[in-house]
Unconditional design. Structure first.
Length: 143
């Protein structure tokens, strides 16, 4: 094989390699929106009340939550979860400051309610609904 033939083959291979590599390039069609999102300030009104009232609010928000989750009504389930979490945020310091030894029990129920909504587990909401009245009764007995 002559040197000129080898050179032509090498040039041909180089051209083919460049064409193959050019075919692998990324092509972007259209434009992407590069504007920053508008900041929206959301205000949340926290509930007020005694420990019994706040716990009753949590109980009321949990009532029917399992059915909402089972039927796929995620909007209602999330709204109820937000109500539970808002009441829990206000209730936490009240329970910690009191002599009541039920903080971990209520926290466990709030965890069940949260997992019920986030993981779509209606049985967790039903379980929390079963135990919350017992906690309310315990608070009444301890006061």
């Amino acid at each position: 094989m002559r040197l000129s033939t080898k050179k032509k083959i090498a040039e041909s291979c180089s051209i083919v390699a460049l064409l193959v590599l050019a075919g692998c390039s990324t092509t972007i069609v259209g434009s992407a929106d590069t504007t920053a999102p508008v900041k929206i300030n959301v205000t949340t009104t926290l509930p007020i009340g005694t420990a019994e009232e706040l716990l009753t609010n949590i109980l009321e928000a949990t009532n029917g939550l399992g059915d909402a989750i089972a039927s796929g009504d995620t909007k209602t389930a999330k709204l109820r979860l937000n109500d539970v979490l808002a009441n829990w945020e206000v209730l936490k310091p009240q329970i910690k400051d009191s002599s009541l030894d039920i903080f971990s029990d209520i926290e466990r129920m709030v965890g069940l309610i949260t997992s019920a909504v986030e993981r779509k587990r209606p049985a967790d909401a039903d379980k929390a609904l079963r135990y919350l009245p017992l906690i309310v009764a315990a608070i009444d007995d301890l006061n």
